[in-house]
Design a protein around this ligand. Structure first.
Ligand code: NIG
Ligand code: FE
Length: 408
């Protein structure tokens, strides 16, 4: 590899929040070097090995500023057409999210718009959203389907998701969320829908290389525990990891169901009880906290953060970016909300969007700064790690690298 390679580089005079070891894992007056897209060395600058010195010629001088792992937004519904600003107004006039869904709006409103859009329209709508997240330090982005609810339509969304990653240079992980709402063609035939998703859609989309994981909306207005169980059995047979929208609006014991299938994460959790937490702790399932939808729905039940912390369940935070309940395009703002609304510490919030978020996607090669990890890193216009949760807007990356390649 030559010194001019695009996926090698060096940052000097940095404050590294490695997220390894205790807490932030801070290293002062440090340098970090990467080659072939992988971190090779980091440590006190005066101990830099000779093998890294050839990178000096084009080293970035951080001037004491903070470097963190690239942020990971591990729960989004980024690809859809239209928006739901009208529903936002309706909710503020007193109509509930569930009532809007039951009258044919909500998710189904976005499904109608998304079905009518072709692949290029969807891509054009989604790209600026992904760019906004990347501009805020995101280098790994999970994107769910779930707004087309037909085999071809879900494939269209997942293809767009993959294209976004290639076009922007970030790593996109895709999740099939066909059990999001019952499509109108299947009215009165719920069981057949679940069967079709399990026996036809999932194997076909998986064979097309479009599915990294499987999710479902386990809720009174979504799918029952029994229906989700069938999906999870089918996913496991294909060797695919599962995760679940669990216990958001009511306690259907979704967290325990997720844990039973060793889910990577159980997400939302506003109504999760102690048994659900114990099951997650035993299974190693990550708690995915989504303050954006809590805030937007003006929810009053808090996820059981103190109990999750006591049970040593890993907590991740994501934007849940979607047109209905979380039109939030800043993972840093989600960190701020997780601290302010859910009482995470800034340290927990940074872990929640780095190493714990990596865990929630089943990825071991990122989320920390260490030799051998992907060179996904952000140089911030900030000095202390708590600033990333503290500032509401304003703090931006000075430079972002994904797989060692500079994005900004
Ligand atoms: O995570 N609950 C299901 N999915 C989304 C909302 C989707 C929508 O309202 O369009 C969520 O909150
Ligand atoms: Fe969601």
């Amino acid at each position: 590899m030559t010194p001019t390679s695009t996926d090698s580089g060096l940052i000097v005079h940095a404050r590294l929040a490695t997220i390894g070891g205790q807490g932030y894992g801070l290293l002062e007056d440090a340098a970090i070097a990467w080659q072939d897209g992988q971190i090779r060395w980091l440590g006190p600058e005066d101990q830099m090995p000779d093998a890294c010195r050839h990178l000096r010629a084009r080293a970035l001088d951080a001037n004491g500023a903070l470097v963190t792992p690239g942020l990971i937004d591990a729960h989004t519904h980024l690809v859809f057409a239209g928006n739901r600003a009208e529903e936002f107004e309706q909710r503020l006039e007193g109509t509930s999210y569930e009532a809007i869904a039951q009258s044919g709006g909500g998710i189904m409103g976005t499904v109608r718009a998304t079905r009518a859009a072709d692949e290029e329209d969807l891509l054009a709508a989604a790209l600026p959203r992904a760019r906004a997240l990347a501009a805020d330090g995101v280098t790994t982005l999970e994107i769910k389907s779930g707004y087309a609810l037909s085999l071809d339509g879900e494939a269209k969304i997942l293809r767009v998701a993959r294209r976004i990653g290639k076009l922007i240079g970030i790593d996109v992980r895709t999740t099939l969320l066909a059990l999001h709402a019952l499509p109108p063609e299947y009215q009165g035939r719920r069981s057949e829908y679940v069967d079709d998703v399990c026996t036809r859609w999932l194997p076909s989309l998986h064979a097309q290389g479009l599915v990294d994981g499987v999710d479902a909306f386990c809720e009174g207005i979504g799918f029952s525990v029994q229906e989700v169980r069938r999906l999870f059995v089918a996913a496991k047979q294909l060797g695919l990891p599962v995760k679940l929208h669990a216990d958001q609006l009511s306690n259907l014991h979704g967290a325990a169901l997720a844990a039973e299938f060793n889910a990577l994460s159980a997400d939302h959790l506003e109504c999760t009880d102690d048994a659900g937490i114990a099951a997650m702790a035993a299974a190693g399932t990550t708690a995915m906290l989504l303050p954006g939808s809590y805030y937007t729905l003006r929810e009053t039940r808090l996820p059981p953060v103190a109990a999750l912390r006591d049970a040593k369940v890993r907590m991740a935070v994501a934007t849940d970016f979607n047109p209905g309940t979380s039109p939030l395009l800043s993972l840093r703002l989600a960190m701020n909300m997780a601290c302010t609304l859910f009482k995470l510490t800034p340290q927990e919030a940074l872990l929640a969007v780095t190493s714990h978020a990596a865990h929630a996607l089943g990825l071991q090669d990122r989320g920390q700064l260490a030799p051998g990890m992907r060179a996904d890193l952000v140089l911030w216009r900030a000095h202390t790690p708590a600033e990333l949760s503290y500032w509401i807007g304003g703090v931006q990356p000075e430079a972002t690298f994904c797989g060692g390649v500079r994005l900004s």
